[in-house]
Design a protein around this ligand. Structure first.
Ligand code: NAD
Length: 370
């Protein structure tokens, strides 16, 4: 029986709508195959929402996101909206979605397709076949902790303040996501903090250790200080399976891991919240890249990061692992066949546009399914 779900599409700005068009085609392919009966609802976010409603996310769209079974977002922002007031900047739409859907776990896979291993800044043998998952805490830590601000001291100097703070429940809920993911992979979690110099890191390590012993004895847990992790990521990245870390270190380490893979146009992500009484997990999927105004509207954008974000949706929101494997396999096929958008172009390969890459993925899906 096909799985019936409501998906909210928020294409956003710049290349967002172009790459999302290719996901619509992929989604239609899965509906036609009988595996799914997904229905798409469309909404505005970012600059396009500001132009239509004077706000980067209308309340009605927020409600649609809360009601949807999953949200797929393109990208937001662009020079047209750079000078808007901070409160209505396109990015505020994204932040509101994350906050009100309470998406506390950010999943960033760093996966190197064999055909693209040469695009990495590291030596090919260090990254070929790389498959790591970074789980970053997204709603707590130093980006949100109080007190914060800039104050003027009695002596006239100014002081900038941010507070790194984590409560037990914040650590445990994101650690569970990492342990559960590891179980479906190579069963290894490396928890990363700086407990040598930060109390919040020490608490992080203690709570993760306790949870590992009580509930996840089958998962191998190790710990690493964040500075060492940054070094190890560029020294021997394949040593990791799942990396679990806080908001600040996750911000840095996930970007570092992203560069190992060579191109922004290939990187998907997911942000998840807590399961509700009906078993639904709030979830938003989006490519890591931005709205790329320099190539918007020119059929040049690589749609694979967004297509792979849809694959993560199949896997993590709907437990459709076989369908996700099929789609990941189709992406692998098109790369092996030599199809490349401009961002991942290599000598001797076939340059295609956004639509051409979508065509190639659909053809590969047909072949794999046929
Ligand atoms: P960007 O990711 O949009 O682009 C960086 C470079 O990578 C550009 O040269 C671009 O052409 C290229 N690129 C990005 N995605 C690509 C793709 N799919 N295919 C081919 N090439 C691709 O980052 P930026 O230029 O720093 O920011 C542009 C706008 O996007 C800004 O307004 C920024 O605020 C916004 N932004 C949004 C998000 C988001 O929506 N999550 C993330 C980052 C930046």
């Amino acid at each position: 029986m096909s799985l019936s779900k409501n998906i909210l599409f928020l294409p956003g700005d710049g290349i967002g709508p172009e790459v999302m068009t290719q996901v619509r085609r992929v989604m239609a392919w899965f509906n036609a195959s009988g595996a799914t009966a997904f229905e798409i609802e469309d909404g505005l976010v970012g600059g396009s929402a500001y132009d239509a409603h004077g706000t980067p996310l209308h309340d009605d769209t927020m409600k649609l996101a809360l009601d949807a079974d999953a949200v797929l977002l393109g990208a937001v922002g662009g020079p047209k909206w750079d000078n808007l007031d901070f409160s209505v900047k396109p990015e505020r739409g994204l932040l509101r979605l994350r906050k009100e859907m309470e998406l506390f776990a950010n999943l960033r896979p760093a996966l190197v397709f064999e055909a693209l291993a040469e695009a990495s800044s590291l030596k090919t043998d260090l990254v070929a076949g790389l498959d790591i998952m970074i789980v970053r805490e997204l709603t707590g830590g130093v980006y949100f902790g109080q007190p914060r601000g800039i104050e003027t001291l009695p002596n006239g100097e100014r002081r900038g303040i941010n507070t790194q703070v984590y409560d037990t429940h914040e650590i445990i809920r994101v650690a569970r996501v990492a342990f559960d993911l590891a179980r479906a992979r190579d069963s290894r979690v490396c928890s990363v903090e700086k407990g040598n110099v930060m109390e919040s890191g020490l608490l992080w390590r203690e709570e993760v250790t306790k949870l590992g012993e009580s509930d996840y004895a089958d998962v191998a847990l190790s710990h690493m200080y964040a500075d060492n992790c940054a070094m190890q990521l560029v020294r021997r990245p394949k040593q990791f399976d799942v990396i679990l870390t806080d908001n600040l270190f996750g911000d840095l380490l996930s970007d570092c891991a992203a560069m190992l893979t060579g191109s922004l146009g290939m990187l998907p992500s997911a942000s998840l919240g807590a399961k509700d009484a009906n078993g639904k997990i709030p979830a938003m999927y989006e490519p890591v890249h931005g709205s790329a105004p320099d190539i918007a509207g020119q059929d040049k954008a690589n749609p694979l990061a967004t297509i792979l974000s849809f694959s993560m949706m199949l896997r993590y929101s709907f437990d459709l692992g076989a369908e996700a494997d099929l789609l990941d396999g189709a992406v692998n096929d098109v790369l092996n066949e030599g199809f490349r958008t401009g961002d991942i172009m290599q000598p001797g390969k076939t340059l295609v546009g956004t639509t051409g890459m979508g065509d190639a993925v659909l053809a590969a899906l047909d072949r794999r399914a046929g």
